[in-house]
Design a protein around this ligand. Structure first.
Ligand SMILES: Nc1ncnc2c1ncn2[C@@H]1O[C@H](COP(=O)(O)OP(=O)(O)OP(=O)(O)O)[C@@H](O)[C@H]1O
Length: 642
């Protein structure tokens, strides 16, 4: 996103010299000692235009499309404002710019001030934003979700008892006391929250920090009339407590429409009306468009301002005419005086909103954030016990099946060598592809929530990533251990504690490096199909260079370096070394002319492995683990910058 910040503030003389009516003069105050959380807020925007960059970044024809056209407005504490307009009018774009949350690829020109301060990153902590699409960790209960959020969002000095009181209050205010222990859920689970309850939980989450401004993107969409009324009543109550609320809304019923204190109507990126809902109808009636008695007023106005397919020019002309009429109306004049006054005060504003907020609010220590993130990730992983049990049963099943296939085949004979390498390959591949693809199928689903929570300043990508690694570790250790404890002995691999221990270690490292590779591909690509398109050929390269299927010394020169990128090779080599190191008694066929590998060194030689490489191989596996995770972190971090 880009903001053009060097647009000059208003010429003050023009404002102070002009007449100030009595209603406006009652607003006179100074921002020099103005604490938003105590004395309330005024959010003003003037001559705001928003453009979207069109075309790809590499495209020479890249241009700008104007979405919001020179819009001015104001909202104050205690006001519930409906932002309305037909689809594509620019509601979401305007609201995200006011909230300082405009998406990547938009350019904002003009001024947006909160109590005389240009909006900036402080908006992420001083305002709440309820998104149209609710994102939660579905396996948590309502109470667990709020406990997590309260611990991450509130001042670290708040006592546990006060946090519990806050959670009770939020549950009560959101009408969720009956659902405290209900899972938020994904569709298909036995007992999950309804759409309306999820929306109220999203509100409750935003209310934790007592935001002075609340932005809501279509909070009633998809809800029945009762739930929609409940939501708007909750918003009314919040406004009554002093919050300034801007809310985009689609087709509200007459009753809902009348519950808003103010309405801002957008048409094709311009303001068609701003003021009290009943004044809106009078305004349009005055200009020749009375709302028929049987009509829903909101539907009527949106229909009046909409661009109709097939009749674009005339409908757009009419909408622009109404925008022009509003721009010269007394209501717009009064609004402009108020806005200009705010800009005048902005010149004298010395109150340090960011500093004030920072002094009042102490963020949670970073290690405690990691603790809470690990707690949530653990809950999420362990909550679906049926899936965990299934994975363990699957591991045991594969270990037994593979073990039974190799029973009696692995011995110190020439045919036993082949069986041994086959058994090693099973141990390596089972700990490679399953974790890699299971991460690829699950982690991308967490990324939207991660990006949203990161953007709202809940934690850093580093904190999230470290906690995720910690939470996954027990599973990524337990699974190879279970597999090897069964498979190793059934397959008849070398029966010494040393060999068993090192093979388990190699299997654990292999599984963790493979999972890290899954994280890397999940983070580097924006979609799973795209990630798969690259991962599958990469897997083939891993297999070819694992050392099992082809002697690595016979790889063509231009490809021989690829084996160093294959952690399968390091894994297979380390397990092969452990099995064949210091073996001197491999039996040969009776026929003297047949080739024979007489000892372990000859076997290692046969596969282009060396007994001296054991430490190197284990270190390389650790290296892959660290490098993949680091790259995944970097790509995630890069995605948050977009
Ligand atoms: N990044 C972008 N690039 C190009 N066009 C964009 C971009 N973002 C928004 N637009 C366009 O700007 C217009 C306004 O979009 P916006 O989402 O703000 O509308 P809206 O009023 O919220 O619509 P709806 O009610 O359907 O959600 C649309 O025509 C949309 O296609």
């Amino acid at each position: 996103m880009t903001r053009i910040l060097d647009v000059p503030l208003v010429e003050m003389d023009a404002v102070v010299d002009g007449p100030i009516n009595t209603q406006v003069s009652t607003q006179l105050r100074s921002y020099s000692k103005w604490a938003p959380s105590e004395q309330g807020v005024t959010l003003v925007w003037r001559d705001l235009s928003i453009y979207a960059l069109t075309g790809a970044s590499s495209d020479r024809q890249r241009g700008l499309k104007r979405i919001i056209n020179n819009v001015t407005g104001v909202v104050r504490s205690g006001t519930l404002m409906a932002l309305m307009g037909s689809s594509g009018a620019g509601k979401s774009t305007l609201m995200s710019a006011l909230a300082y949350r405009e998406p990547h690829g938009t350019v904002v020109q003009g001024d947006v001030l909160l109590n005389g301060r240009r909006v900036g990153p402080f908006m992420h902590t001083m305002s709440g934003f309820v998104h149209q699409e609710d994102l939660f960790v579905g396996t948590l209960t309502v109470l667990e979700h709020l406990t997590f959020m309260v611990n991450l969002k509130v001042d670290r000095r708040m006592s546990r008892a006060d946090k519990n009181i806050l959670i009770d209050d939020l549950l009560h205010r959101a009408g969720l006391t009956m659902c405290t222990n209900t899972r938020i859920g994904h569709a298909g689970h036995e007992k999950v929250l309804s759409g309306g309850e999820k929306k109220r939980l999203a509100f409750a989450t935003e209310l934790i920090t007592k935001p002075t401004v609340l932005f809501c993107d279509e909070p009633t969409t998809g809800l029945d009339s009762f739930s929609a009324r409940y939501i708007v009543r909750t918003l009314q109550e919040l406004a009554h407590r002093g919050t300034a609320i801007i809310c985009t809304i689609h087709q509200p019923s007459s009753e809902l429409f009348s519950m808003f204190h103010e309405v801002l109507l957008l048409a094709d990126g311009r303001v068609a009306f701003m003021g009290a809902p009943h004044d809106a109808l009078s305004f349009f009636a005055h200009h020749g468009y009375p709302c028929p008695a049987e009509y829903n007023p909101a539907d009527f106005m949106i229909g009046l301002l909409a661009t109709y397919p097939g009749d674009e020019n005339s409908s757009r002309r009419m909408a622009h005419r109404l925008c022009d009429l509003f721009a010269v109306s007394p209501m717009a004049e009064e609004r402009d005086v108020l806005v200009n006054l705010e800009f005048h005060m902005a010149e004298k504003a010395e109150f340090d909103i960011e500093g004030h907020h920072g002094r009042r609010m102490r963020n949670l220590w970073w290690y405690k954030k990691i603790y809470w993130l690990v707690y949530r990730a653990f809950l999420s992983v362990t909550r679906d016990s049926s899936i965990q049990t299934l994975r363990i049963v699957q591991k045991i099943g594969i270990a037994i099946t593979a073990g039974l296939c190799f029973i009696g085949a692995v011995d110190r004979t020439q045919t036993g060598i082949q069986a041994m390498q086959g058994a090693i390959f099973i141990c390596v591949s089972e700990n490679t592809f399953v974790p890699m693809y299971s991460v690829l199928s699950t982690f991308p689903q967490d990324i939207p929530l991660l990006l949203r929570e990161k953007k709202s300043g809940l934690y850093t990508i580093g904190q999230y990533y470290v906690s995720h690694m910690v939470a996954m570790l027990p599973g990524l250790v337990a699974e190879p251990v279970i597999f090897m404890c069964i498979g190793y002995w059934l397959m008849g691999l070398r029966p010494t504690l040393y060999a068993f221990g090192l093979t388990i270690l190699a299997a654990i490292l292999t599984m963790n490096a493979s999972a890290a590779c899954g994280y890397f591909f999940s983070a580097a690509f924006n979609s799973v199909p795209l990630a798969m398109a690259y991962l599958v050929p990469f897997d083939n390269l891993l297999l070819i260079t694992s050392g099992i299927f082809i002697q690595l010394t016979t790889l063509p020169d231009y490809l021989s370096w690829t084996k160093y990128l294959s952690w399968l090779m390091y894994s297979v080599e380390s397990m092969t070394i452990v099995q064949w190191e210091n073996v001197h008694n491999i039996s040969c066929p009776v026929e003297p002319n047949l080739p024979c590998l007489e000892d372990g060194d000859a076997v290692l030689d046969q596969y282009s492995f060396s007994a001296n490489n054991l430490t190197r191989d284990l270190c390389a596996l650790c290296g892959f683990y660290l490098v993949f995770h680091f790259l995944a972190y970097l790509f995630l971090w890069r995605r948050t910058k977009k």
